[in-house]
Ligand binder design. Sequence first.
Ligand code: PMP
Length: 385
Amino acid sequence: MYLMNTYSRFSATFVYGKGSWIYDEKGNAYLDFTSGIAVNVLGHSHPRLVEAIKDQAEKLIHCSNLFWNRPQMELAELLSKNTFGGNVFFANTGTEANEAAIKIARKYGKKKSEKKYKILSAHNSFHGRTLGSLTATGQPKYQKPFEPLVPGFEYFEFNNVEDLRRKMSEDVCAVFLEPIQGESGIVPATKDFLEGARKLCDEYDALLVFDEVQCGMGRTGKLFAYQRYGVVPDVLTTAKGLGGGVPIGAVIVNERADVLEPGDHGTTFGGNPLACRAGVTVIKELTKEGFLEEVEEKGNYLMKKLQEMKEEFDLVADVRGMGLMIGIQFREEVNNREIATKCFENKLLVVPAGNNTIRLLPPLTVEYGEIDLAVETLKKVLREI
Ligand code: PMP
């Protein structure tokens, strides 16, 4: 094995997927409630996504940002028109989208004052693994081995407006947050908190940046989670589900935050025609009439079943989430990794997260019968434990 030891993996090698199902080398079928960690929003091998990628590959896979390409322009327009009407920069991953947002925030601040460079982010947040995003990630366990981090960052308590207010000053150029914290165990922001953050950013002339890398792209039953809250950021980052499995990330900025100029930022692959064509196809599917409403209905259906499961099993401490982004937190007697492993043995894939939680992130195309099967499997696992 020639791979670096960077992941603790479950013991399956996957070769094929269709819809909500993924198959290993031995032909075992697994019900995939991870969607590649919120990536395969249309399920595996969605026919229109496969067709679009094939067609684009035959036409043009890559041309650099020295030139224009149509899929990039088309995807930017779709993102803009389906959000708050701003301009778009394309990256390749979530962490890169956030790095771009960090640079946007710094440049925004610099234009006002030399001292306006401080970035605030939440404790227990997750924004990525590159040094800027890692510094924004308010979790020492990810940061410690790589110190010193990027200077100028400070952390506030999520869902605590008073704490955010204490940390705010004229030196703050941006506040970063996930409307629903994903990695730390699916913790939705309160509406009051997002409204408070919006007000404070306006008061101190700082950018409000929403990282929707995990909670965006239809997961909550709206294209982006902020649309569920009615609180609009200045900068929005997205990735994961945007390409339906093809790597892509994006930053959307409103007019005020549109500060980057030629030479300020760039990436070789960002906005390449293949990834953008995948993105165009995904957004067109998600915005088809009734699609997102159905995500919300399926989410409510799953949530109701899980709440019933919680009543039945003492081991379940809490069930939280929105749409098809749901966390199940367990009591201290059991370990989430152990539960995820038992689910895996029972051919159900789930994602362990912080807070002794497992995450359910099924494809947005999941069927009701598959939701029933997943809940039955979870109950079987809990009974065995
Ligand atoms: N932001 C959030 C909210 C995330 O959940 C993640 C990935 N889990 C990232 C950023 C980083 O994305 P990527 O792994 O594509 O760099």
